[in-house]
Ligand binder design. Structure first.
Ligand code: AMP
Length: 426
């Protein structure tokens, strides 16, 4: 399918600015999320999801597409990722905007694991696809779907550059003492066992956004970023460079998450294998999919958790306390690593929306210069400061925009410069 209008080159002079628009794709094992983004203005021009890809039985796939404030939903058979992308492109044709009119500059692919290979976005060629595939042993749950997504997208949208943007890339700058596990160094080296960190696009974006909102240089700020979504991670960022993050070789380490345990004594795995007869795959599923808030309370969505707590459910109350306890411990640890904390930034689904979590994490930290103002914390909106005026550390809510961050990185990877609104010729 061609998305190039008249010539054989993408039209950079489209209605969406000098760098047109970027189609950002996020391919999961059974889903495809897509967003057409203006990399300059930042708005999502259109967005959608294809869910239940390849699921057998009576369930069919679900395609949703939102454009110009209208949401369209279809139930269709979606046997594989190729069909998922074909359906998504069909939605653009039918509902809009027509991709040939959108001046697509690049297709950006979110890739979970870049190992130690990729420390920034990279324009995709066959070699890059092979290198991402070679990292599958490090991310068996994520990278296969990412590779599949890239393959089908390159087939269907061959006219424009494709760029891979890695969740791990930002954290390639971690110091060795933060990314090294204290295990036998030969085994670690041979099997690439080290910490990589994830959600890097979000942590980098939020740390940069904090600086822009405050009118400061990112180089001058020490920031703790708390990305609290269904997956959750914390990072300590000094002058724009990460000094530690909570996720490790995989996204399982660190904070308590929607369905992941986060930090746990690894001997729990040996114990359950020996005494409960659980296989490696069962243990993987237990810790990644049946633990965290879901394992503790039966629900992984904080809106449902709140309801349970309000209804007097003790398990839900304990789950909330475990979640906050872990988070507060990380804030303290990262404050110690940074020495001085200028900003704590909450982001992602829970961080942006759940005032109770934000208040609980910061409660009792007044002696460290950290506090939350109740009224500011209860207010809603975009980027905002929620700490009282006297606090030494600014506590902020900063909505993450991973698709925009990916789109901007795509333009930089292709063009070697930041996206711009104005086109200068000559
Ligand atoms: P994310 O992974 O960033 O999309 O975050 C998804 C999670 O955010 C959900 O599972 C909920 O736990 C949480 N969330 C979303 N909206 C709200 C809300 N209004 N209040 C509390 N939690 C929310």
């Amino acid at each position: 399918m061609s998305i190039v209008p008249e010539s054989d080159r993408p039209n950079p002079y489209s209605a969406y600015g000098a760098h047109g628009s970027v189609l950002v794709l996020n391919s999961g094992s059974s889903s495809l999320k897509y967003q057409l983004v203006n990399p300059v203005g930042g708005e999502a021009i259109a967005a959608g999801t294809v869910e239940r890809i390849g699921e057998s039985g009576s369930s069919t796939g679900i395609v949703t597409h939102t454009f110009a404030g209208n949401r369209t939903r279809r139930e269709l058979e979606v046997p594989d990722h190729g069909e998922a992308l074909r359906l998504a492109l069909g939605m653009f044709d039918e509902i809009g905007p027509r991709l040939a009119d959108a001046g697509i500059y690049a297709v950006g692919h979110r890739v979970v694991h870049g190992g130690a290979e990729f420390s920034g976005p990279v324009v995709v060629d066959d070699d890059v696809v092979d290198r991402i595939e070679a990292l599958v042993p490090l991310a068996p749950l994520h990278n296969p779907a990412n590779v599949q997504g890239i393959r089908v997208a390159r087939e269907l949208l061959g006219d424009v550059p494709h760029v891979a943007v890695f969740d791990t890339a930002f954290f390639q700058a971690l110091p060795a003492e933060a990314y090294t596990y204290a295990i036998d160094r030969e085994i670690a080296r041979e099997h690439d066992v080290r910490r990589y960190g994830f959600h890097g696009t979000s942590h980098q974006y939020v740390a940069g956004k904090v600086a822009r909102v405050l009118g400061r240089r990112v180089q001058d700020l020490n920031t703790i970023v708390l990305h609290l979504g269904n997956g959750a991670s914390a990072s300590a960022v000094r002058g724009g460079v990460p000094v530690d993050t909570s996720m490790g070789m995989t996204p399982l380490e660190g904070l308590v998450m929607g369905t992941r345990s986060g930090d746990i004594d690894p001997a729990v795995v040996f114990h359950l294998a020996r005494n409960a007869g659980m296989s490696i795959d069962e243990l993987d599923t237990l810790l990644n999919k049946r633990s965290g808030m879901l394992g503790l309370s039966g629900v992984n969505d904080f809106r449902e958790l709140r309801q349970l707590i309000d209804d007097g459910d003790d398990d839900a109350a304990l789950a909330f306390d475990v979640y906050v306890h872990r988070l507060t411990k990380y804030v303290g640890a990262y404050a110690a690593l940074l020495g001085r904390v200028d900003v704590i930034a909450f982001t992602a689904g829970v961080g942006e929306n759940d005032a109770a979590v934000r208040a609980a994490v910061c409660a009792g930290l007044e002696n460290f210069g950290i506090a939350v103002d109740a009224d500011r914390n209860a207010a809603r909106g975009g980027e905002r400061i929620i700490s009282p005026d006297w606090a030494k550390t600014l506590v902020m809510v900063v909505p993450t925009m991973e698709e925009l961050a990916i789109a901007r990185q795509c333009v930089e990877a292709v063009d070697g410069r930041e996206p711009t609104a104005a086109v200068t010729t000559g």
